[in-house]
Structure formats: structure tokens, C-alpha cells
Design a protein around this ligand. Structure first.
Ligand SMILES: *Cc1c(COP(=O)(O)O)cnc(C)c1O
Length: 429
């Protein structure tokens, strides 16, 4: 008999800080011990104790076609035989770059990196090099990985500079990151006015999934685009989550707003550690070796990772109906859980677009970080545990989007709605 999750977690904490290699995995926001996973296939995750769950995380997004997607598995096996890494250019890197440029409307040139964090760190460096300016504006509640410049909270006044929200981030770094609430164009205008000719970039998730899912209000992104044009600011869409998930061309294709730079990750690696940043050739040509802005990576464009990523993107390019299918799955699940919520009388608010959704336990519409924080997170913890008991594994935090995959068939959708119904009934009786 193999070890239980509880035993493994106890052991893990001896050797790994908090027992996990990324904090949200520790279940701190929902209580209890994290499940240790043995394997996954299609929509199912299996823990080390042999329990099977229908899961709505999909490795935080990458598994658009469900787990252990066979074409990716085959491509990786084939690439492995040729040696896992060369540190020299390969034909496959050209093919994946070409495909990304074809799929994502704003990308003319692209550089591969190893994570979303690297992509956003590099994108702001290029924006700063290109504009010769230092400051960036980010939106409260948007997550751009763990780079120092992004681990910044709003200062006390609306137009003051940011403050580090993690020890280890220097005040100097924080000074260059300005914060605005998401969906608040006026706040951005004020920041630009208070810092004339100093803003290199505005970076945001066009459709944030990292405060739970939040949707942009009418004309918000268009307004940011116009401000960036008027003030020579580089507009960066962080599409690490939404890229290849909401459309082949990401949120920018779906919403029809074109950024100058885009950061990608998650799906682009098909489950391997990959990120990318790209955009206008004029800006990307500031990147070394053609330009002066330094950015490099020993394993960037790694052949195994590229084989997985290329296979994912190729599948997407060849199956444009994937997104209408995912939209239908997203709508069916949120309609189902919405009906149950309505009948329960509990306060709730559901945000959904395509294969991303969040159920918040608040009656107020969730449009930014402030309103997301109005959700009853204690109740969410109980809901999470109840769903787990009924065989559905959700993201272990209220402030995450859920991710659906094409592996969800009608019977799985029914099972999710049924688990939701039982969970809500148990929690209200
Ligand atoms: C996940 C995520 C990142 C960070 O990517 P990592 O690969 O975890 O470094 C950055 N931005 C957004 C929007 C993300 O969702």
C-alpha cells in the first residue's frame, strides 16, 4: 500500500518549505491537507490513495484537452529519443514561433522562455528599454507571476506609489510599480497625469483569472489602448492564462483589442514549463542579440517542451471549433450551478467566459479585487471540501478561476452539477 496524502504531506514539510513547490497547492485557504496526485487522464485526477476526482483546475490551465492528451504524449516520447536538450537552435522553434505569430493577432515576433513569470519580467524589461521610461502600472488583483516588480500592493493614497507585499521586494522596486483597481479607467488617467512621461508600460490580464474570474467592463480595454497610444506607453496583455484558452488568439482576439506586447504561458507548453512574450516587431527587435535589452535562457525553447507546445497549438489551429465547444461546456455548467444557487437562497455571483468561471459567495457583482474580496471565503472553504467529498476537485481558493477542458463529456457535466447540488444542500441544512 502506498503512502497516504497526509503522510506524504507530513514528510514533505520536512524537506520543502510548507511541503509544496507553489503555495496555493497547500490548501491553506480551504483547510485540510493537500491531495498528493498519482496520475490523471482526461477529466480525472487520481490521488495516491486511489480516489478519483473530476477536476476543474487542469494544471491551472494548460490541459485544454484534458490530461495525458495522446498527441502530446506521443510528440514528447519522440522528442525524448533525440536528446532532451541541445542549447542550440532547432527547426521546431521556428515552427512554433511561426504558429504563435499566425494565431495571436498582435504578435509579429516572439521569444520563448520557461515560465509565465519569466515572460512578464522580460516583457516589462523590453517595454522599459524601448520607451526609456521606468515606471509601470499594474491592476490590483492581477497576477503576473512572482517577479519583484509585480509583488506590489497599492499604497495608502490612490495615486501614491506601490508598497512591497512580500518581504524581499525592495522599496526601490516598489516605487516603480503603480497600482490601479481593475476596470477603473479614471484611476489610470490619474496615475499617468501624476507621473508625466514616466510610464513605460501598462500590464494587465485583459480578463483576470487571478482574483477569481473578472470580466472587463465596456470600453475599459479600449480606453487603456487609447491612453497608451496618447502617452507612448506600451500596452502589455498578460495572456498566460487566457492565451489559447478563450480563443486561438486569446482574449485579444475574442475582445478585439490589440496590445503592443503579449505574455503567454500555461497552454503554450502543453503541461511542460514554457512561457513566451511577443508583439510588435519594432519592440521585440529591442531584445538581444538584435537589440540592447538582455534576456536569455539555457533551456529556453527546450525541444521536449517545444514538442509538447507545438502539438497543442497545432491541434488548436486545426480544430477552430474547440472554442465554441468549450463555450457550450462553460455555459452548461454555470447554468446548472446557477439554478441550484438561485433555489438555495444563498448570496452568489457567477462570472463566466468560455471555459473559465468563478462562483463567488456574494450577492454583489464582482468587477474588481475589492468586490472579489467581498465573497464569503469561509463558506468557500466548506464548499470546496463538500465538492471534494462528492468527487469534484476545485481550485483550492476563492480567488482562482476554474478551467474546463474538452475532456468533459455530458456525463461529467451532469456529475459536476449533481455534486454541486448535494454540496449546497448539505451546507444549507
Ligand atoms: C500563471 C500566471 C503567471 C505566472 O506563470 P508561471 O508559469 O506560474 O510563472 C503569470 N500571469 C498570469 C496571468 C498567470 O495566470
Amino acid at each position: 500500500m502506498s503512502k497516504t496524502s497526509a503522510k506524504l504531506f507530513a514528510e514533505a514539510q520536512k524537506y520543502i518549505p510548507g511541503g509544496v513547490n507553489s503555495p496555493v497547492r497547500a490548501f491553506k485557504a480551504v483547510g485540510g491537507n493537500p491531495l498528493f496526485i498519482k496520475k490523471a487522464k482526461g477529466p480525472y485526477l487520481q490521488d495516491v490513495e486511489g480516489r478519483k476526482y473530476i477536476e476543474l483546475i487542469n494544471s491551472w490551465g494548460p490541459m485544454l484537452f484534458g490530461h495525458a492528451f495522446e498527441p502530446v504524449e506521443k510528440a514528447v516520447k519522440k522528442a525524448m529519443k533525440r536528446s532532451p536538450s541541445f542549447g542550440a537552435p532547432t527547426a521546431l522553434e521556428v515552427r512554433i514561433a511561426q504558429l504563435i505569430c499566425e494565431l495571436v493577432p498582435s504578435i509579429e515576433k516572439v521569444r520563448m522562455v520557461n515560465s509565465g513569470t519569466e515572460a512578464t519580467m522580460s516583457a516589462i524589461r523590453v517595454a522599459r528599454g524601448y520607451t526609456g521610461k521606468d515606471k509601470i502600472i499594474k491592476m490590483e488583483g492581477c497576477y503576473h507571476g512572482h517577479g519583484d516588480s509585480f509583488l506590489i500592493a497599492a499604497g495608502s493614497g490612490a495615486i501614491t506609489m506601490g508598497e512591497p507585499n512580500s518581504p524581499g521586494v525592495t522599496k526601490g522596486t516598489a516605487q516603480d510599480t503603480l497600482l490601479a483597481p481593475y476596470n477603473d479607467l479614471e484611476a489610470v488617467k490619474k496615475l499617468i497625469a501624476a507621473n508625466p512621461d514616466q510610464i513605460a508600460a501598462i500590464i494587465l490580464e485583459p480578463i483576470p483569472g487571478n482574483m477569481g474570474l473578472v470580466l472587463p467592463q465596456e470600453d475599459y480595454l479600449e480606453g487603456l489602448r487609447a491612453l497608451c497610444d496618447a502617452h507612448k506607453i506600451v500596452l502589455i496583455f498578460d495572456e498566460v492564462m487566457t492565451g489559447f484558452r478563450l480563443a486561438a488568439g486569446g482574449a485579444q482576439e475574442r475582445l478585439g483589442v490589440t496590445p503592443d506586447l503579449t505574455t503567454l504561458g500555461k497552454i503554450i507548453g502543453g503541461g511542460m514549463p514554457v512561457g513566451a512574450y511577443g508583439g510588435k516587431a519594432e519592440i521585440m527587435d529591442f531584445v538581444s542579440p538584435v537589440g540592447p535589452v538582455y534576456q536569455a535562457g539555457t533551456l529556453s525553447g527546450n525541444p521536449i517542451a517545444m514538442a509538447a507546445g507545438y502539438t497543442m497549438l497545432k491541434h488548436i489551429a486545426e480544430h477552430p471549433d474547440v472554442y465554441s465547444h468549450l463555450d457550450a461546456i462553460g455555459e452548461e455548467i454555470t447554468d446548472g450551478i446557477g439554478e441550484v444557487m438561485q433555489a438555495s437562497g444563498l448570496p452568489y455571483s457567477i462570472n463566466q467566459i468560455g471555459s473559465m468561471y468563478s462562483l463567488f459567495f456574494t450577492e454583489k457583482e464582482v468587477t474588481d479585487f475589492e468586490s472579489a474580496k467581498g465573497s464569503n471565503t469561509e463558506f468557500f472553504g466548506k464548499y470546496f471540501q463538500a465538492m471534494l467529498k462528492h468527487g469534484v476537485y476545485l481550485a483550492p481558493s476563492q480567488f482562482e478561476s476554474l478551467f474546463l477542458s474538452t475532456a468533459l463529456k455530458p456525463k461529467h457535466i451532469k456529475a459536476i452539477i449533481k455534486a454541486h447540488k448535494h454540496s449546497i444542500e448539505e451546507l444549507t441544512n
